[in-house]
Design a protein around this ligand. Structure first.
Ligand SMILES: *Cc1c(COP(=O)(O)O)cnc(C)c1O
Length: 453
């Protein structure tokens, strides 16, 4: 007898896949909304029991109670934070990845998957202009991507310091105020010190300010400089070429955090903003943000992957057969060991549509963001805070208090119109829309702006 009752397995598979197919075909998708823990406990009842609910009942609870209590991040009017709008192909293929029991950590076990993931990584490396030997791995998100890159940076800086007979063990990271919170978090994990470089008048990390910071603290105490290619809040792209030059001058690792904005590399209309990225020692972009892949997927690339391998390869006798092999083991390039082949949904969609479709889709979102910015400019009751670089627009409703924003935002959600939340800038409550969904239209923007009169 099986340990699990598998008598109705085929029917269960059909029902689960049918549910997935239905969800993938919904147009429009429901926005949905969270519920309180008490409401959910009441509505779902006890779900984990000694006897089990049975497949049909468990799926019913998910479909009727749990799923509607989760926001659809792919809704065209989900415009908060950074949405996630996978292509149908990418989202559907995620089901295949789950069904295929692939171990994505080593070549020995997952060669075919790793090959495909590396093709997708190569496309991104080429967009950035990284050299042929560049490579890396898909990790769960920008946070782990940034941490992994910084661990590699520190490992290599310390090795160089030791080799040079220096007793300085570099422990600092330089970045700007606009950098993502995950950089601070990585520094906390690594017990490293984050030094904030003042931004220039365009809110960018500039060469002059960076040089001054490195000089003030001693350049040899830094193991990395983090530039952001698209800050999460405002979409500001740092002056990458200037930062690259300073990093080269001082011999400090140059990391570019493009978790949100890196996708703009695919768009000719904004590609010039990224000049200098080709000199990065490491670079991340989240395909689950603006490259139409489902959660959770961050592409982490290194100029010289050997430096990352030296920092990240786990050594254990049961792993020797893997770590001593000459092939590409993705797990050697980041924090973590076991890994899902999470780059495959992106790969499948890229292979299906071709890269031009990606360029077109990113350009389309930029067009809608530009429309939003113009439309805000045309309305006397609204004001843009900073001219847009990418697809994020931050603006204020003249005369509104924080409470007004809160009431408005809740009403939009309650009425299932849109999900747009307040944010703050220098103590002022404002709001922000991020367009990464090619299905978001000019009409969607008008609906949101009209709701603020
Ligand atoms: C979102 C974001 C991150 C963090 O990425 P996660 O995938 O959420 O872990 C890091 N940096 C920037 C610039 C981001 O926008």
């Amino acid at each position: 007898m099986h340990r699990f009752d598998q008598t109705s397995t085929r029917a269960t598979i059909d029902a689960v896949l049918a549910y997935a197919a239905d969800r993938l075909s919904l147009d429009p998708v429901p926005l949905d909304a969270p519920r309180s823990p008490e409401e959910l406990a009441e509505a779902a009842g006890r779900t984990v029991t000694p006897e089990g609910l049975g497949a049909a009942k468990a799926l019913e609870v998910f479909a009727e109670v749990l799923a509607p209590a989760c926001l659809s991040v792919d809704h065209p009017r989900y415009l908060s934070f950074i949405p996630c709008a996978p292509t149908k192909e990418a989202a559907a293929f995620d089901v295949v990845v789950g069904a295929s029991s692939i171990y994505g950590g080593s070549w020995l076990e997952g060669a075919g998957a790793v090959h495909a993931e590396n093709e997708a990584l190569r496309w991104i490396a080429d967009l950035a202009g990284l050299p042929p030997q560049a490579g890396g791995v898909f990790v769960p998100g920008g946070t782990i991507g940034n941490l992994s890159a910084l661990v590699a940076a520190r490992h290599s800086a310390r090795a160089r310091a030791v080799a040079a007979g220096s007793d300085v063990r570099p422990w600092r990271v330089a970045t700007t105020y606009g950098a993502h919170s995950s950089i601070q978090s990585a520094c906390d994990v690594m017990d490293a010190e984050l030094v904030t470089v003042p931004m220039d008048e365009h809110w960018r990390l500039s060469a002059a300010a960076l040089r001054a910071t490195l000089e003030e603290h001693g350049a040899q105490t830094f193991f990395a400089v983090v530039a952001t290619s698209g800050t999460t809040n405002f979409g500001v792209v740092d002056d990458l070429a200037a930062v690259a030059e300073v990093c080269a001058e001082y011999g400090v690792w140059f990391h570019v955090d493009g978790a949100y904005g890196g996708a703009g590399l695919a768009a000719p209309s904004v590609r010039h903003l990224y000049d200098g990225i080709e000199q990065a020692d490491s670079f991340i972009v989240d395909p689950h943000k603006w490259l139409f892949a489902p959660f959770d997927c961050c592409a982490l690339l290194y100029r010289d992957p050997a430096l990352a391998r030296a920092a990240h390869t786990q050594k254990a006798s049961y792993l020797d057969i893997l770590t001593e092999a000459p092939e590409w083991n993705p797990t050697d390039y980041s924090v973590g060991l076991t890994r899902r082949a999470r780059g495959l949904p992106l790969w499948y969609s890229l292979a299906t549509h071709g890269t031009q479709a990606y360029t077109d889709a990113v350009e389309r979102t930029l067009q809608v963001a530009a429309y939003a910015e113009e439309e805000i400019g045309r309305r006397p009751y609204l004001e843009v805070l900073r001219e847009r670089d990418l697809s994020v627009v931050v603006f204020r409703r003249v005369g509104w208090t924080p409470a007004d924003y809160a009431v408005w935002s809740q009403r939009l959600l309650d009425e299932q119109v849109a999900f747009v939340v307040p944010t703050s800038h220098e103590g002022e409550t404002v709001t922000r829309i991020a367009v990464v969904n090619p299905e978001t239209s000019e009409e969607d923007i008008r609906v949101v702006l009209n709701s603020m009169t």
